[in-house]
Ligand binder design. Structure first.
Ligand SMILES: Nc1ncnc2c1ncn2[C@@H]1O[C@H](COP(=O)(O)OP(=O)(O)OP(=O)(O)O)[C@@H](O)[C@H]1O
Ligand SMILES: [Mg+2]
Length: 308
């Protein structure tokens, strides 16, 4: 008999981590990183152009949401995409991920135009995103949400699954292991078995990122991942975004919080009324008169979730 209270079943991984020595923990983290990134080269130096927007225009009836926008993202960098409400940031993501087809102009991934590629094809080519308004399968567990993300990579068909082909079993096992590693990487493994709808808000936001990472993207696009976070949660998220990049991913980040953007990005592109008004290093952007003017009079608090 023991007096110690029972450990909650899903607290397993966290409880184990707490009892590890520093060295054990480091080894464990390396293992997790390995599981999270099985097929990628871990190279974090900023390299060649991964994605390029060339004169992308996006019209909705009379409204020009993107007006001949051009910029590129280099492999291994964290690029910030900022601008006041309605500037065209989310539209930019939509145009890059096949939600909309640009009215004119081109998006190129690794020098190849996305052209008429559909959303799932673009996922396959290596662009993953999260949404400004969280989109999870509420009735599924956290783990299942991530496994569904990993599914985008699977080789076997639905028929293969129904026939229970050996390859399907192996892939399923691997997908679950990897999903679990991703939850741990994002610091939310203790709630793996909970339905997504029952998770705290901060967990849901991180779960969305885990699910996007499960598609093994070359480019991870985050649309206001810190919306609704308090300063401490924002700091934690900044650390996570850096960790994601250090693990070999390229990140495009839409974020209103200047402290977060300035603290985590390598370079920043600024949109206003659908036009690119500036591009440069964080320090250059902070001192850019056009950017300051664009932000003048925009209250800080207006920026969180729920904007149309
Ligand atoms: N499907 C659509 N149909 C019509 N107009 C749209 C559509 N999507 C976006 N817009 C308009 O395009 C403009 C840019 O919107 P977008 O959502 O890209 O801005 P944003 O920079 O992401 O703003 P926020 O910071 O508020 O999220 C807005 O005027 C918006 O109303
Ligand atoms: Mg938006």
């Amino acid at each position: 008999m023991s007096d110690t209270p029972e450990v909650e079943p899903e607290g397993g991984i966290v409880a184990e981590l707490e009892h590890m020595t520093e060295a054990e923990r480091a080894a464990h983290e390396a293992e997790v990183a390995e599981a999270v990134a099985p097929d990628r080269e871990i190279a974090v130096e900023v390299g060649d152009t991964l994605l390029e927007l060339r004169d992308v225009t996006m019209r909705f009836g009379g409204l020009v949401a993107m007006d001949s926008v051009s910029f590129s993202i280099k492999r291994g960098e964290i690029l910030g995409l900022i601008g006041p409400n309605g500037a065209g940031k989310t539209t930019c993501f939509n145009a890059m991920t096949g939600v909309y087809r640009p009215t004119s102009g081109q998006v190129l991934l690794e020098d190849r135009p996305l052209g008429r590629a559909k959303r799932h094809q673009i996922t396959h080519r290596g662009i993953a995103r999260t949404f400004q308004n969280i989109r999870l399968f509420g009735e599924m567990t956290a783990l299942e949400n991530v496994v569904v993300g990993a599914d985008a990579r699977h080789q076997t068909s639905v028929v293969g699954a129904l026939l229970r082909l050996p390859r399907h079993h192996r892939e399923e096992r691997e997908a679950i292991d990897r999903a679990m590693a991703l939850l741990e990487f994002m610091g939310i493994a203790d709630r793996a078995a909970d339905k997504a709808k029952n998770l705290p808000y901060g967990y849901q936001r991180r779960l969305e990122i885990a699910r996007a990472l499960a598609t093994e993207p070359k480019l991870l696009c985050l649309d206001e991942p810190a919306a609704g976070f308090n300063p401490a949660e924002k700091d934690e998220l900044m650390g996570l975004i850096r960790k994601i990049r250090d693990d070999g991913y390229t990140v495009l980040l839409i974020e209103h919080d200047m402290r977060l953007v300035m603290g985590v990005t390598d370079r920043i592109v600024v949109l206003e009324f659908g036009k690119k008004i500036a591009e440069g290093l964080p320090a250059e952007i902070r001192d850019n008169p056009a950017v300051i003017a664009a932000y003048l009079g925009v209250p800080d608090e207006e920026d969180t979730d729920g904007a149309a």
